[in-house]
Write a new protein. Structure first.
Length: 384
C-alpha cells in the first residue's frame, strides 16, 4: 500500500496554503511531523533528478544546491535545543552523512531521498492532482515505524513548461533561479528534519514562496537556530527621530540616520552575549561615526515551540527509560525546541552624555529582532 505524507509550499487562488497530507484517509497521523531520520540512522542516500531545460539548472548545479541545503541544516542543528535521552542519547536530527547515488527515475526507491527539479512520474502527478499549484513539496512515501526512518522525495517546480509553478507573482530572473531553488530546498529540508511552518517572515514560514516571488531580490537565510552578526540601518523621521536621539544620541548631526551593528560572541549561540554598536550616518551608505555601545546579556528565555516525536508500540529504538522522560508516555518523546531570548544592557554614548537601558528580543527561526529602550521614564518598542 502506497503511504504518502507530505509537507508543502504552494498557492491556490493567489493565497499561500501549506500543510500535511495523507493518502490513508482522515485519521490523525501524529508521526507525520517526525524527522525522517534520527541518530540510529548513520547514512542517508540521495539522488538528484533534473529536467535541465525546464528547470534552468544543470545536474551538477542542482546537486550542489541540494548538498549546500543539507549542510546548512547540519550546522544549524548544532545549536538547536534538543532532547538527550538516557538510553538513546541525543536524538541526532540532521547529523547523518548524506551520500549521493544515481537513480533511474522518480520511482526509484533504492535511495532514501530523491531531489526532483521539474521531474514527476505519473503516480506523483496523480497524487498531487494539480502539480503546477506547487512551488515545492517534500513527500514522505514510506515510513519504517519500528526504526522511525523514512523515504521520500523533495520536488521543486521548474521555471517553464507545463509543470511550472502557476502561483508565481514574478518570473525569477535567470541569475536568481539558483538562489530561489536553494531557499526552497532549505525550507523543504526543514520539514524533512521535523520542523513545521513557523512564523511569518522566516525560512520556515508557510508563505515562503510568496516572499520569494514578490521580493525584488531573493532573501538570504543564513541562520535558523544559530545567531549571527547583523547590521540594520534606519533613518527615523519626526516625531520618532526625537525618541532615537534621546535613546542613542545624535553625534551633533541634526537629522541623523543610524547604523546598528550587532555582534555576537564566539559561541554563535542565541544564549551568548551581544555587543551593540550604534553609529550616526548621513545616509544609507557611509559607515558613520560611533555614538556608543552596549553589551547585552541574557535576562530571560523560554521555549516558543516544542516539537514532539510520535510513534506506535512497534517502535524498537527508545527504551522504557527514554519514554519515562516524557512523563511515562508510551508513544512520544520531546524533540527540538525553539527559544525566545531577551537580552538587555546599559547603552553609553562615547561622549558620556547619554546613558540608557536598552534591550533586544531574539527568537530562533524568526529573522526579526525586536528592541526596546527607555524614553521619558517609559519602556518603548524600538527597531534596531
Amino acid at each position: 500500500m502506497l503511504r504518502i505524507i507530505c509537507s508543502l509550499t504552494w498557492f491556490f487562488s493567489g493565497l499561500a496554503f501549506a500543510g500535511s497530507w495523507s493518502s490513508r484517509g482522515g485519521e490523525q497521523l501524529r508521526d507525520t511531523g517526525n524527522p525522517w531520520f534520527l541518530g540510529n540512522t548513520a547514512t542517508v542516500s540521495f539522488c538528484v533528478l533534473v529536467d535541465e531545460a525546464q528547470a534552468g539548472l544543470t545536474q551538477a548545479t542542482a546537486g550542489s544546491l541540494a548538498k549546500r541545503a543539507v549542510d546548512f541544516w547540519h550546522l544549524e542543528f548544532t545549536k538547536a535545543i534538543s532532547s538527550t535521552l538516557p538510553s538513546f542519547g541525543p536524538l541526532g536530527v540532521a547529523t547523518q552523512k548524506w551520500e549521493e547515488h544515481s537513480c533511474s527515475g522518480p520511482e526509484d526507491e533504492s535511495v532514501d531521498v530523491r531531489f526532483q527539479f521539474g521531474v514527476l512520474n505519473q503516480v506523483q502527478e496523480q497524487y498531487l492532482k494539480t502539480p503546477a499549484s506547487f512551488a515545492a513539496i517534500s513527500v514522505r512515501t514510506d515510513y519504517d515505524e519500528q526504526h522511525l526512518r523514512a523515504k521520500g522525495f523533495v520536488y521543486l517546480a521548474p521555471l517553464s513548461g507545463r509543470l511550472a509553478y502557476q502561483g508565481a507573482r514574478n518570473k525569477p530572473q535567470a541569475g536568481a533561479a539558483a538562489d530561489r531553488y536553494y531557499v526552497l530546498l532549505q525550507h523543504e529540508l526543514g520539514h524533512v528534519f521535523g520542523l513545521p511552518h513557523i512564523g511569518v517572515w522566516g525560512l520556515m514560514a508557510e508563505r515562503i514562496a510568496d516572499t520569494l516571488d514578490t521580493s525584488p531580490k531573493v532573501p538570504i537565510y543564513e541562520q535558523f537556530f544559530r545567531q549571527k552578526d547583523r547590521q540594520y540601518r534606519l533613518c527615523p523621521q519626526a516625531p520618532l527621530l526625537d525618541v532615537y536621539v534621546s535613546v542613542f544620541g545624535s553625534g551633533g548631526t541634526q537629522r541623523p540616520c543610524y547604523r546598528f551593528v550587532n555582534q555576537k560572541d564566539d559561541s554563535s549561540s542565541i544564549m551568548g552575549m551581544n555587543r551593540l554598536s550604534v553609529f550616526a550616518t548621513r545616509g544609507d551608505t557611509d559607515d558613520g561615526v560611533l555614538l556608543g555601545r552596549a553589551d547585552l546579556h541574557v535576562v530571560g528565555s523560554f521555549p516558543t515551540s516544542v516539537f514532539t516525536l510520535w510513534f506506535n508500540a512497534s517502535q524498537q529504538i527508545f527504551s522504557a527509560a527514554d519514554l519515562a522522560v516524557s512523563g511515562n508516555s508510551s508513544n512520544s518523546v520531546i524533540g527540538s525546541s525553539l527559544l525566545r531570548v531577551s537580552k538587555s544592557g546599559v547603552y553609553r554614548s562615547v561622549d558620556g552624555a547619554t546613558v540608557n537601558l536598552i534591550g533586544q528580543v531574539f527568537e530562533q527561526g524568526d529573522p526579526v529582532v525586536r528592541g526596546y529602550g527607555t524614553y521619558q521614564g517609559e519602556i518603548i518598542d524600538l527597531t534596531f
